[in-house]
Design a protein around this ligand. Sequence first.
Ligand code: ATP
Ligand code: MG
Length: 201
Amino acid sequence: MSKQDKEQRHKARMQRKKEIVDKHIAGADIERGIIVVLKGNGKGKSSSAFGMVARALGHEQKVGVVQFIKGKWKTGEERLLGDHENIRFETMGTGFTWNTQDRSADIEAAENTWVHVEQMLADPQRDLVVLDEITYMYQYGYLPLEKLVDALKQRPSHQNVVITGRTCPKEVEEIADTITEMGDIKHAFRAGVKAQRGVDW
Ligand code: ATP
Ligand code: MG
């Protein structure tokens, strides 16, 4: 096939592709906020959520972040974004439940942190709310699931929410709009490599 023929075939294929893409774009005309669930055992859930935080802040949107589980040390994202004028950043700060080993203290901390979630999901000013590692609270039965489902259903219609955690309750998946599962193919930690500053935290 001559170079010219190749060019022509490519052009024709791209034209057909563009028609299909344009049709899909024209068909997706509903305007409302969505719920995104990032789950699974592979790395990338919280870092993807903070990618969306960066996007939203770049568009001058107002963002709320509530991090459950997380320890006392500050991650790169908290150091960078914690004081940003358009972000409200709350952390549970008690650390991993396998470190605290104190169920009633964990529940108390979870309930205190829930107050921020409830406020953010009711706040029409918040364009994006990230509930990082919140799913553990339901896995361990620390918080009542109905309250989360109700708050998600009743949130302002334009508000986007991102939920992360290894497993997600099916009641949340039922009302979610986008669900991505990160697959664990390989992780450096299992080969004995230390968690990396700037990559893992
Ligand atoms: P990240 O914050 O890097 O996007 P994540 O949110 O998908 O990770 P978490 O379950 O929240 O994953 O775990 C947080 C920490 O554990 C991160 O430092 C991450 O690199 C590490 N981690 C994630 N997945 C695995 C895995 N499959 N094996 C070992 N360590 C992991
Ligand atoms: Mg995470």
